[in-house]
Design a protein around this ligand. Structure first.
Ligand SMILES: Nc1ncnc2c1ncn2[C@@H]1O[C@H](COP(=O)(O)OP(=O)(O)OP(=O)(O)O)[C@@H](O)[C@H]1O
Ligand SMILES: [Mg+2]
Length: 271
């Protein structure tokens, strides 16, 4: 089943001309950020979105994430046509977003001085669909799923960057969204933590989660199943990843070759 179905999506930004510029005052500058883009993703896919700066990735992310509406075209998310949502009896864009999308950002966006458990519980306060009674149990289960069952009461400053991103991933999953939308999720992490997070995404994807990830790095796209590339607001390629890499294997390899940097307790005892 298609989770995401975009047809002929356009996004035009209109800017008033600069006062004092060469153009007359009432002339507009029009930026065609997306020019009639078609994109769909099936349930269970792991897709990366690539493309040079200015190609329209953030614009596409904002529309995919129901943070913005296209100027033209249709976007159907999990059977709901989001482009028709506002104004009629249907859910607003914000309601669709809260129910159907789990966000993971480069900068984690966790609340400071708030425990991992409370951070993960947060989306459940906005979800009015009757899950609220077992909020704590659901948040605990999500944290266990990302391997943080032992860190429930730590606040973000007591967690490593990779652990903080795991909390953010648990928070993204706790509402059981139609898909996870990740924007450069490892942009602030070192190699080891990056491999850890990519391994977690791969594990979640094997359990059926649909993940859409924006990345600048081809190496990271190799952990996904399919790469779409944007250029000048159009989709210029859409290719399956043929040599899919396993992040857990790459992490194990990395740890073997870099063990000397960290120094095992045995090595330290010998020194
Ligand atoms: N709010 C806005 N108003 C006007 N123009 C915009 C706005 N946001 C983006 N643009 C323009 O739309 C085009 C696409 O921008 P977008 O931010 O989607 O690119 P991107 O692929 O995310 O780039 P990067 O890799 O640098 O983040 C660019 O030409 C940009 O200048
Ligand atoms: Mg961007």
């Amino acid at each position: 089943m298609a989770v995401i179905e975009m047809r002929r999506i356009k996004r035009i930004y209109r800017l008033a001309a600069q006062p004092g510029g060469k153009r007359s005052q009432n002339e507009e500058v029009v930026v065609r950020a997306l020019r009639g883009l078609d994109f769909s993703a099936e349930s269970g896919e792991f897709v990366s979105i690539m493309g040079p700066s200015g190609s329209g990735k953030s614009t596409l992310m904002n529309i995919l994430g129901c943070l913005d509406k296209p100027s033209a075209g249709t976007y159907t998310l999990d059977g709901v046509e989001t482009t028709r949502s506002e104004g009629d009896a249907g859910d607003t864009l914000a309601q669709i977003r809260n129910k159907k999308i789990g966000f993971v950002f480069q900068s984690f966006n966790l609340l400071p001085r708030t425990t991992a458990l409370e951070n993960v519980e947060l989306p459940l306060f906005y979800n009015r669909s009757g899950y609220n009674r077992n909020r704590k149990e659901r948040a605990m289960a999500a944290l266990k799923e990302v391997g943080l069952g032992e860190r429930l009461y730590h606040v973000p400053s007591q967690l490593s960057g990779g652990q903080q991103q795991r909390v953010a991933i648990a928070r993204a999953m706790v509402n059981d969204p139609a898909f996870i939308l990740a924007d450069e999720p490892t942009g602030n992490l070192d190699t080891e933590m990056t491999l850890e997070i990519m391994g977690l995404f791969q594990a979640l994807n094997r359990r059926g989660k649909t993940i859409i990830m924006v990345t600048h790095e081809m190496e990271l796209a190799a952990y996904t199943q399919r790469v779409i590339t944007l250029r000048d607001g159009t989709l210029v390629s859409d290719i399956p990843v043929t040599e899919n890499r396993d992040a857990a294997e790459d992490l194990a390899q990395w740890e073997r070759t870099h063990a000397h940097l960290r120094g095992s307790p045995e090595q330290e005892a010998q020194a």
